[in-house]
Structure formats: C-alpha cells, structure tokens
Design a protein. Structure first.
Length: 204
C-alpha cells in the first residue's frame, strides 16, 4: 500500500472513532491525565445539565471514581433525577449506607456556620433551588476545635481565615473529599429559602 492510501485508511479509522457515539456513562482512559480525563471523559451522564465545579480536586476524583465506580454511578444517577424539586426533606437510601442522599432546607448566618470534615464519607453538594454559600478549605493549618466524633462522622475546626467560598445554585455541583473541610449552608443575601441535596459516598 502506498503512503497516500495508508494515510487515507488511517484517516477513516480515526474519524470513525471520533464520531462513534457514547452510550450511557463515558468510561475513563488510563492514558489521559487527571485533568484531561475529567474534562473530556468525565463519568457523569452526557445529558446531565448540572456541571462539576472547577474547585473539584481532579486527581482525587479520578482515584476515587476508579476505585468505586458503581457507587459513583448510582450517586450520579440520583443527581440526574428529574424530580429533585419535589423531594421532601429527609434521608434517601441509594445503596444502603454506602451511598445515600439527604435533602435539607436550612440556611445559617456566616457567624454561626462552622468548618467540618468527614472521615467515612465524601460529599456531593448540590442546590436544588435557591442559593447558598459553601466554603472549602484544606486540613493543613486548620485548627481542630472539636475532635473527631465517630458516631456523627464529623470533626469541627476553628476558622483560620483561609479557604475559598463559592455560591451554590442549581447549575453546578461540588465535591468535598475527607481532606476538604467545608463550611456549608451559609445564607446568601436576597435568599431566605434554599433546598439542598447532599449525596454521601462511603470512602475506603
């Protein structure tokens, strides 16, 4: 085969792969970097209108998804439900105590909100309606105020003046891993009501 025919054959193969439609959830590729893997082959359904926040630790996300893909898939399927707005506040089992969701309608003033982290679970935060503010921090340099409570799976911290704050609305979801202390449910001016979904996934 001459070089021109070889080039044309390769081009046909490449185009067929590029144009091949994805079915269901897109699988990951070990040849992609963590950033490329999330940006081009993320595990959420392609028809999901809610997008991941740029704040998500992509390397930690990749590692966790590869280890617990079935749990993540169930969590994203729940996040993709069309009836979230009609869910009453409460706990919703997804897969026993490995994956479950809670719906809340609460807001706190910044002055009484607290930094917290969890050892057993990671959190997916998504605001169904309204708005609220979420702080995300790092464990390093964050003073512990209340030591870890195993029964409640929570550690509380003293504010160190650091961390970044984000406005949550119905367009974006956030993920807080065990090493991401977070400050949730902070009231945003102009919003007195907020319905929020938190999906918890047990970590290894």
């Amino acid at each position: 085969m001459n070089s021109r025919l070889l080039y044309q054959a390769c081009l046909v193969i490449v185009l067929s792969l590029v144009n091949k439609p994805f079915a269901g959830l897109v699988s990951s590729s070990p040849n992609l970097s963590a950033v490329e893997w999330q940006d081009t082959a993320g595990p959420w359904p392609r028809d999901l209108a809610v997008r991941p926040s740029p704040s998500i630790d992509k390397k930690e996300f990749e590692k966790s998804y590869r280890e617990d893909k079935p749990l993540w898939d169930k969590a994203f399927a729940f996040l993709n439900r069309k009836d979230l707005a009609s869910l009453a506040p409460g706990k919703y089992p997804i897969q026993g105590e490995e994956v479950f969701a809670t719906v809340t309608e609460r807001l706190k003033e910044f002055s009484v909100s607290e930094w917290e982290s969890h050892n057993k679970y990671l959190d997916i935060h998504y605001v169904i309606s309204g708005k609220q503010k979420l702080g995300i921090n790092r464990l390093r340099g964050l003073p512990v105020r209340n030591p870890y409570d195993e029964k409640r799976d929570v550690t509380f911290y003293t504010d160190n003046g650091k961390g970044k704050y984000y406005i949550l609305d119905s367009t974006t979801f956030f993920i807080c891993f065990p090493d991401n202390p977070h400050r949730p449910d902070i009231r945003v001016d102009g919003y007195s009501n907020c319905k929020k979904l938190v999906i918890k996934i047990r970590t290894k």
